[in-house]
Design a protein around this ligand. Structure first.
Ligand SMILES: [Zn+2]
Length: 271
């Protein structure tokens, strides 16, 4: 599933190609792609609107319009592709933005969990999302205070988008390993020093992954799927059974909060 670095990579790719274009028409072949709003309603809201900026908030891709904004969540398998205007949609293509330029924007989504919607402004999004981990306002002190304010296992807490926006399974496992925090540790018991280590780890890992264009898939062009370059840098995610790069102990995978969680039982002690 795409997380902050993958979504940021998509946004950086689309921004110069979409800003200034007008959405001439929005159409969907999968009626629930705009749920809970009907496709017809969203199509009416997007028709003839100009794209003035492409942005990211958490894991949402935002097309800011001359009035209102489109929010797109890729979820499990969603992808945004620029496609020649005359290209026929494939079986997994759920929606199409017909644009004023040479290409259309196509939403491809095999599993159909992805969603596209319209909002008059950002307030409803802001109400459900925590701070952006790469913003200047997200400091080590802020993270320490937020952790103290919750009594939850840290792994599911970090995945909660209303706590911090943008983190998913891969980067939470990597950040907890880098900060030597057990994924089941209770948030309010995490020391101030470890909270600061976690803050640094989150920022370094996300920044490194953005520079490598993410870990999982990304799309640059019609028919051209690519995988991000950060997979080589992963230290624990997907490496269960292999030696810990720090101490050599075999890495383990356990289900925590219904998510496969990778960690080193020696480096990440629970206490
Ligand atoms: Zn270790």
């Amino acid at each position: 599933m795409p997380e902050l670095p993958e979504v940021e990579t998509v946004v950086r790719h689309l921004r110069p190609r979409l800003v200034g274009q007008t959405i001439q028409k929005f159409a969907a072949t999968w009626p629930k792609v705009t749920a809970p709003a009907p496709v017809k309603t969203v199509a009416g809201q997007l028709a003839d609107r100009q794209i003035v900026e492409v942005a990211r908030r958490g894991k949402f891709i935002l097309l800011e319009l001359d009035r209102g904004l489109v929010h797109i969540h890729l979820r499990m398998t969603g992808r945004l592709l620029l496609a020649p205007t005359d290209v026929a949609l494939g079986p997994h293509d759920r929606a199409r933005f017909s644009l004023s330029g040479d290409d259309d924007l196509v939403f491809r989504d095999m599993r159909k969990f992805g969603r596209i919607g319209y909002l008059p402004d950002r307030s409803a999004l802001e109400a459900q999302l925590g701070p952006e981990p790469l913003d200047e306002a997200f400091t080590g002190d802020l993270l320490a205070a937020l952790l103290k304010g919750h009594k939850r296992q840290i792994k599911p807490l970090l995945l909660d988008q209303s706590f911090i926006a943008g983190l998913g399974n891969i980067y939470v496992d990597e950040a907890l390993f880098a900060a030597r925090i057990h994924p089941r540790a209770l948030s309010h018991r995490v020391s101030r020093a470890k909270a600061h280590a976690l803050h640094s780890a989150i920022r370094e890992i996300l920044t490194g992954s953005i520079a490598a264009q993410g870990t999982t898939f990304i799309n640059f062009a019609w028919g051209a799927d690519k995988t991000g370059g950060y997979r080589m840098a992963l230290k624990v995610f997907g490496r269960q059974g292999q030696p810990c790069p720090v101490c050599g102990t075999a890495l383990v995978k356990q289900w925590i909060g219904q998510r496969g969680t990778h960690f080193c039982p020696r480096c990440q002690r629970k206490r």
